[in-house]
Ligand binder design. Sequence first.
Ligand code: PFF
Length: 477
Amino acid sequence: MAGNVSAPGQAHWSSKGAFVLAATGSAVGLGNLWRFPTEAGSNGGGAFVLLYILCVVLIAMPLLLAESLIGRHGQRSTVASAAYLARQSKASPMWSVLAVIGLIANTAILTFYCVVAGWVVYFIGTSAADLVGAVSAGTPLAGAYAGDSVEQIQQLMPTLFANPALLVGLQLAFVVITTWIVARGVKGGIEVAATWLMPAFFFLLIAITVYAAITGDFAAAVAFLFTPDFERALQPGVLSSALGQAFFSLSLGGGAMIAYGAYASRDTNLAQTSGMIAFADTAVAIIAGLAIFPIVFMVGMEPNAGPTLMFQTLPAAFHAMPGGAIVGLLFFVLALFAALTSSVSLLEISVGWVTEKFGVSRVKAAWSLGVLVFLIGLLSALSFNVLADQRPMASVPGFENATWFDAIDGVTGKLLLPLSGLVTAIFIGWVADRKLVNGETGLKGGGLKAWRFLIAWLCPLAVAAILVIGLFPQLLG
Ligand code: PFF
């Protein structure tokens, strides 16, 4: 296409499949396994899931296409790609603010993401020790933590939280691995990891779900997740949580999808790939819910247990499962890889920008940003012990009780990502050159018309409304 020249040295995925897998690797992560069940559990189950699916189909998927086309057209860092499309459309390069918000939000997300991934590393450690014990006792096919009661297994998390040095050490370990991969150049590492690990992850998740369905209280879980509660669904908090989760889970909000789109080749049909990524991501989230909630109900936990839900239920499932010691270890290793393919994309956003903007090497950029992410992440890591009493946003309605961890998660998920999405929708729907944009989508006829309607009208209006309602719930009385 005229005027679309790759920036010098721009890398590309080796195939369309590799792009889909890497982007799915970015989308599928702790957001699906850990955040989705947490949010669904705290927001009334069925009410949340219904809104979530609506948000994905009507808002997130059109935006996923918009973001990947900005990247593919620009072939540069996220901020530069947005500015490039603006200039080509004879609009102000200030529209790249959508990517600046995204850059800040996604770097902030990475700070607490590494903390949660550190918990996954912890469970790899305890599962590995448990498996070694089972093997040396001559019972390699035992359930996980065979000698412990369910109560003891649920104490693993509180025990970890009572040990700040260990928490910070695990967080540091994950920051280092993420930074190391990004510093080496993402393409080879991510592509290879995504190609092998995503399918393996998917199959194992299904196996665990089938097991949970057979042994746990599957009927209660299905009823909890799929009985729509319209009254609850209309509560402003539930709406903005569902939208925030859709953005988080699909890696939207001015970041990863622009960055990864920039490595996609011209013959990739972005509408098709966006559909595939959104479908895979949503399927994994729902399957994760169906793996976790039967066990929540079976062991008598409350579904609104918050961020520790996954870490207290799944080990209990592996405990009850023949061969659970092996499956448990495998699951947490795969969860770690899912987290890594996401965290690498989170760091890549700022590394791409810093190398381009300041002309420093990728290695220097990655390690400097890695240090920054670690230091800010300490606030989240310590939110569960040393800083547990701090309420940084005590005077902000809706955030009165938020710890540092909750505050950074909430502000990015409920405010910054949707804000960036709003600006993106207005930019692509109204400002950017129509012909150029339409040509990038791979859509024609009715599909193109529908997408243009969603991106120009529904996305901006719905996201703006949800943002305002989420920020000022008192407006609804
Ligand atoms: N989508 C990832 C997950 O669900 O775990 C998290 C994420 C990755 C958010 C990349 C934003 C992003 F740019």
